[in-house]
Design a protein around this ligand. Sequence first.
Ligand SMILES: [Zn+2]
Length: 211
Amino acid sequence: MLGANDGILSVAGLVIGVAAANSSQSALVTAGLAGLVAGALSMAVGEYISVSSQRDAEQADLRVEADAIAENRRAELRELAKIYEDRGVEPGLARLVADQLMAHDAVGAHARDELGISEVMTARPLQAALTSAAAFTVGALVPVLAVTLSGKAVRIGVTAVLTIVALIGLGALGAQLGGAPRGRAAIRVVTLSTLSMLLTYGIGRLVGANV
Ligand SMILES: [Zn+2]
């Protein structure tokens, strides 16, 4: 979701800036596609690095936990039982549950209930990288196609409007999934994205007129 937002707004700013400098259609398409590819790669690399670090940290935590269980299983059993007690389980039962979970998968039980690392959450760098690169690409296609397919006289306006519509749509989808109110989010999206496109438009105008 965040990747798609980035793709829409950053590439819209880029092509609007280039279009404002009164560039040719081929310069515009080149800038748009280069921005799309560079942005998608940058998202992928950034995500890969950050999720890899997260995974390394998780694995280090799991190793520490596995060592602790190997060295002092009784203390780890008490620790796990205490966690269940703190969550409201009666002491005898907490002990029993901890005992059985540890017999089944000791490190897994501590990972889940002590460290808060679950199977589904386990960080996957490559998957995260591909997902955000794809989201950025899909988002970036909106301004690239808008600026490419519309006539020279209206290309900036069409791109700006479609960008705002796409951002609002994405925001509404996110609010729907997250259960947040939509109105205020839409106002923020329109205001901030308009400002950001005005800024790159202004820069494109200035540079186009003076360089
Ligand atoms: Zn533990």
